[in-house]
Design a protein around this ligand. Structure first.
Ligand code: ZN
Ligand code: ZN
Length: 278
């Protein structure tokens, strides 16, 4: 380790559906999956989109046959946030332990994940998965403590069928993960601002351009312009645009990043493989 409290790596940045066409691959085609590695080398995973598969392969290589303990925090259960879970290879070895968490999105966590792998959607039943698995729903206002003084707090986001953002704190370092969120409802907008206060890194739903948003109201996603607004209001240090629209190729993404940087200089449009250390 390089003295960082938390290290962040993006394994999937795309929203809605994987987009593995060549014109998208500078930013990446896998759906939502972000790794947070603590100073104690614990792996905390935010969302299990298709990016989770490659992260699983890396964890297996790194572990060199030792047990893997990992926690997966799910924002919600739309496909682009869970479709990598059946392909997370550490889950198929009995020595490993995977703890699943969700906020209170109104869906039972274990049952919903089992549903994804039930007949006729997947060849292997979730009950046959060999790793030890635990499931925990965290109430709003609740908190999970991970190794090395890391605290993870969920908060509700405005999204069809509900979603949770997460604020992750470790010795004064703050990462906020707020994807699958549509702005415009004051109650939720205020919660997001409250939980994003003074974030060192704010990862924010920025699926649409302001023009595209006009025809996508109610779809549960926001704009880069709103992400900039939240970053400013919350006094965040670094804004990371996330959940890129499947129709935004690399050219479109570069334009979005440029436009956002004019308004908030320290902005990055997340790309697969991007690493940040805090
Ligand atoms: Zn999504
Ligand atoms: Zn969603």
């Amino acid at each position: 380790m390089d003295g960082a409290q938390l290290r962040l790596k993006f394994w999937g940045v795309r929203g809605s559906t994987p987009t593995p066409q060549i014109e998208n691959l500078k930013f990446g085609g896998n759906t939502a999956c972000v790794e947070v590695r603590t100073a104690a080398n614990e792996c905390i995973i935010l969302d299990g989109g298709s990016g989770l598969r490659a992260l699983g392969q890396t964890l297996l290589q790194e572990s060199a046959g030792e047990p893997i303990n990992t926690r997966i925090f799910l924002t919600h259960f739309h496909w682009d946030h869970i479709q990598g879970i059946p392909f997370f290879s550490p889950m198929y070895l009995p020595r490993n332990h995977v703890q699943f968490y969700s906020g209170s999105t109104g869906r039972p966590l274990q049952e919903t994940l089992e549903g994804q792998m039930s007949k006729p959607y997947f060849p292997i039943d979730f009950g046959q998965v060999a790793a030890k698995r635990d499931f925990q729903q965290i109430e709003n206002g609740g908190c999970i403590k991970a190794d090395g003084d890391v605290y993870i707090r969920p908060f509700p986001l405005n999204h069809p069928q509900g979603a949770s953002g997460y604020r992750i704190e470790c010795n004064g370092v703050v990462i906020v993960y707020a994807t699958d969120y549509e702005h415009g409802i004051p109650e939720y907008d205020n919660i997001l601002l409250e939980y994003s206060q003074n974030a060192d890194i704010l990862i924010c739903d920025a699926q649409y351009t302001p023009a595209e948003y006009e025809t996508h109201k109610g779809w549960g996603h926001s704009t880069w312009e709103n992400a900039v607004f939240v970053a400013r209001e919350a006094k965040a240090d670094h804004l990371i645009l996330f959940h890129h629209d499947p129709n935004h190729d690399d050219q479109a993404m570069m334009r979005i990043a440029q436009n956002a940087r004019i308004q908030f200089e320290n902005t990055t449009a997340a790309w697969e493989g991007f690493v940040a250390a805090l």
